[in-house]
Design a protein around this ligand. Sequence first.
Ligand code: FRU
Length: 559
Amino acid sequence: MEKFSAKKCSLQILSKQHVMLHVTLTHRYLLLPVEENQGLVRIKVIQNGDVKQVLNVKLAIHNSDYSVPLALQQWEGKTVLLDIVFSENTSVLKSIEDYVCWELLQYSETFDTENREKFRPIYHHTPSYGWMNDPNGLFYNKGIWHLYYQYNPYGSQWENMTWGHATSENLVHWQHEGTPLLADALGMMFSGSAVVDHHNTAGFGEGAIVAFYTAAGDNQTQCIAFSNDEGKTFQKYSDNPIITAPIADFRDPHVFWNEDIQQWNLILAAGKEMFIYTSKNLKVWHFESSFGFGYDTDDEVWECPDLMKLPIKGTDRCAWLLICNINPGGPFGGSATKYFVGSFNGYEFNCESNLLKSKWMDYGKDHYAMVTFDNAPEHRRVGIAWMSNWEYANEVPTQQFRSANTVPRDLSLFVYDGETYVSSIPSEELLHMRKEIVDRPMPACELVIDITSQQADLEIVLQNHLKERVIMKYKPQHETFSFDRKHSGNVSFHSTFAKKIEAPTLGKITQLRIFIDKCSIEIFDAEGKMVMTNLVFPTESYDEMKLIGLATCTIYRLE
Ligand code: FRU
């Protein structure tokens, strides 16, 4: 690594907030030092008078928390100019030339993404560094699962939204593939979906991957990009945007082929409603209907919809599931995933049950933006959610990366007490991650708990020698399951983190499958009736378990 020392080079001071800096393109990266509790600094990369890129980075003023790489070799020529503006309210007693960033900037041929943070999961998808929120553009094709995600490559907090890309052969271990959708003049790349256009309906080529995203500029508009190399690189469509409306929160298009009407459907979030469209060619869309109007809710906004036909277990019927992520308004505060079950004729969705009775896909605090894969094999409906909560996502105690996605879940429907609910079971691929049976909980493991009596309550305590603990309780008589993380370790980073929460189990549970991975605990009723996803940040991993009640437990180390 080569120290850059901007001070000794050509730091041109233009005002108390504004500097310019010439950077040579002789190295792969310029490492930018970040101080997370500073304000955002706007950096324009300029070459021959043209703006090549704009990024917002919390450049270090007093201390550096970590560095992020600005890739230099994407530009031709010998130099670029960085035009750097600190925010007006950066109030420090130092003058701009004394900010530590000028000493800490470094040229480098490498950027270290080694997995050394103690909370980085082993078998969950995470970005190699930087911030991640929603999963986007999930699709399966030719034996490979593709996962894109809301990604900030210039810091571990939300900003600079792009789509990161990862691929997997087994739905569990992911490989980083790059950042194929970058912000443009229409805005940042917000959430969306992708489809495999097998029959070339759009004219982008047979089997082209067509991605739908929201460009978040002065307003939010819907755009397309297509890929002819299996989602590695995308070309943005020349007639973007393809859908616009005078609505402030207008985003997260989800597209799918609807066999029943032999057309494409698109559903997106518009304020506290979902808008539904049809198309024959993925480019021209007709507005058909909206869902949710007049349904009086306290939810702030609806986001990241998905709509799909699912079989109802134990019957030969199907029903339609409309997934609606909301923020805030979750059952225990902050963001969460709600759903509606009903009928859909390709044009209009009708909810079957009482709209005011909320149904939740996952009863934990840390499950958001759940969406499913397009084109999955064997008619499977596999979903993945972002494992955090907007209440505190930017503050959870990790640093070089922030946030993971849940384990994949296979979805279907079941009926309980006359109502239709979603069943979520851990995808079968997770069974292959089981290694040897161990005699105590490990940082990455699965607990399989067989409940032998429904007469008594069952308490499961996970703890470490510091007595940091998580207490779970299944009460068969009440048909509830609770999770208490009040004393689970570091809970002080946000006032809403320390909590006890409770879920209805919608019937009796005979087996629980509990997935622990460093800082997350996902609890499934093995039959799928109840699922709960929660983060925990113990000082040391929980390595003791108490089981109080009538049950047996097998622990598998997972890899
Ligand atoms: C949901 C969300 C989406 C939006 C994206 C921006 O978490 O707010 O509605 O597209 O995040 O990152």
